[in-house]
Design a protein. Structure first.
Length: 269
């Protein structure tokens, strides 16, 4: 009887120790940022109209970075969605513009100043899908926006203190280098393309000459009410000149979001 009690006590005391041994903290760190943006946008698409349209851009951005302790390679996954209601300068015509972009990439990291300064250089694979709808046109009122590209990317961040308050300044930039996009040809209707099957150079290779584009983001992180807040500027220049059709979308906006950093805990079966 005493032997059974002793064995039971040992088992009870060993279970927490065993659980602690089987609980492993991952060496992978994840930084997730959810941001909302609001700003001004200027859009031109000569397939729909020779006039530029301007309005307010409502933007959502989900930005996730994956780091591994001891590794100089980090991964980045970004999703962006935007919607804009646009007006022509005479205020007699309107357009609706919606765009979704997805990007995934890798960066090589350098650290300086006792890891307070971080430089990342790498590349992204990007894809986008969107639509531009001209509410005035009765013929060809819609233009689809589809494309993929490879974009060099660079990020620099610096941690510093002001009056014992910690901050992190961050600048990120990327520019598409090579890609492929969909575009109707000049004078070609979507009816001809999809109903009659008249292909006319509608998948167009893009590069820095016929589609010079650039995205930059500058932000500051700081603590507020036990939460890390990110505030900053997002600028997007998206341009193309293919099939004798010109397009541009210029966005400048203020962004505000919340930063969360965590690592996963694995339990062995």
């Amino acid at each position: 009887m005493r032997l059974s009690v002793l064995v039971g006590v040992l088992v009870i005391n060993l279970i927490p120790l065993r659980a602690q041994e089987d609980t492993l903290r991952s060496d992978k760190m994840t930084t997730s940022v959810k941001m909302l943006g609001l700003g001004h946008i200027n859009v031109l698409d000569t397939y729909l109209s020779p006039e530029s349209y301007t309005g307010t851009d409502f933007h959502y951005l989900s930005h996730t970075t994956y780091d591994k302790i001891g590794s100089k390679i980090s991964r980045q996954f970004v999703q962006q969605g935007s919607f804009a209601y646009l007006n022509e300068r005479s205020l007699r015509a309107n357009e609706l513009f919606a765009m979704y972009q997805l990007s995934y990439g890798w960066h090589y990291n350098w650290f300086f100043m006792e890891r307070r300064l971080n430089l990342k250089v790498g590349g992204l694979i990007q894809g986008h899908a969107g639509v531009l709808y001209n509410m005035r046109n009765s013929n060809n009122p819609i233009q689809a926006k589809l494309g993929v590209n490879i974009a060099p990317s660079a990020v620099v961040s610096c941690r510093f203190k002001v009056l014992n308050q910690s901050f992190m300044a961050r600048y990120e930039a990327e520019a598409p280098l090579l890609g492929l996009m969909f575009s109707p040809n000049y004078g070609q209707s979507y009816y001809e393309l999809f109903s009659n099957g008249n292909y006319d150079h509608n998948l167009v290779p893009t590069y820095i000459v016929n589609a010079p584009s650039f995205t930059q983001m500058f932000t500051i992180d700081f603590s507020l009410l036990k939460t890390t807040v990110r505030v900053g500027y997002l600028g997007i220049v998206d341009q193309s000149d293919v099939n004798h059709l010109k397009f541009h979308s210029y966005s400048h906006m203020l962004i505000l979001g919340v930063v969360k950093t965590f690592n996963l805990i694995h339990i062995r079966p």
